[in-house]
Write a protein that binds this ligand. Sequence first.
Ligand code: MLT
Length: 258
Amino acid sequence: MILAFDDDGPGPVVVLLHGFPLDRSMWAHQRSSVGALYRVISPDLRGHGESAAPDGIYPVDAMADDVIETLDALQLDGPLVVGGLSMGGYVALSIALRHPDRVRALMLMNTRSAADSPEAARAREEQAGQVEASGDVEPVVARMLPDLFARSTFEAHPELVARVHHQMARTPARAVAGTLRGLAIRPDRTVDLPRIAVPTLVIAGAEDRLIPVEESERLARGIPKARLVTIPDAGHLAPLENHEPTDAAILEFLKSLW
Ligand code: MLT
């Protein structure tokens, strides 16, 4: 599937993949900061934003293949920097392991290599069933929202929380259900991490309650050429919650590549 995307800036290409159930608008800061020096391509993954929302399950590997198809359509068939946040990180890992010739470097933000536990997978299936039956995504969104942000973000940036809430609630019910089911069956990629040969930046949010810093430390230890940067005053959405140090870490990493 060819995805909707933004395409900003000059220079080497950096692909940025959003989390669930967000869309490419989450990269607004990076489109201007990183986009001043690099060509930032930020797609809406299937079912999200302006991309098509097919029926059925959305496996992470199918989402990854959509990204490759979209890059092919842009005739970008060489190795690129690929980055993703949370679900976008699962997709970036899938690309790095299944299409290694397409990846020059990797950026894994607020994400993990592990699969869902059986309980987490069951909970996702249950939520998918509820969303499908009711056609209402709000219960899933309301359940996720308290865990997405650092306490300081709730206090200092309520407008950001409201914007993200609004954006998540726009994702169609069948896309939320299809993605929940796809995430529930994603493979555990932990044993594959040593195969990733490219430079990798791992970004953690110091107050991420969904993916604690220790899990990001384990991810970084598993990849031979990885470095870890922990962003203060940030929860699960570091590039949105505290974009200045996140952008600085990204730009420093990119500069080290060329
Ligand atoms: C995300 O932010 O993309 C989600 O938290 C990923 C997940 O639910 O595993």
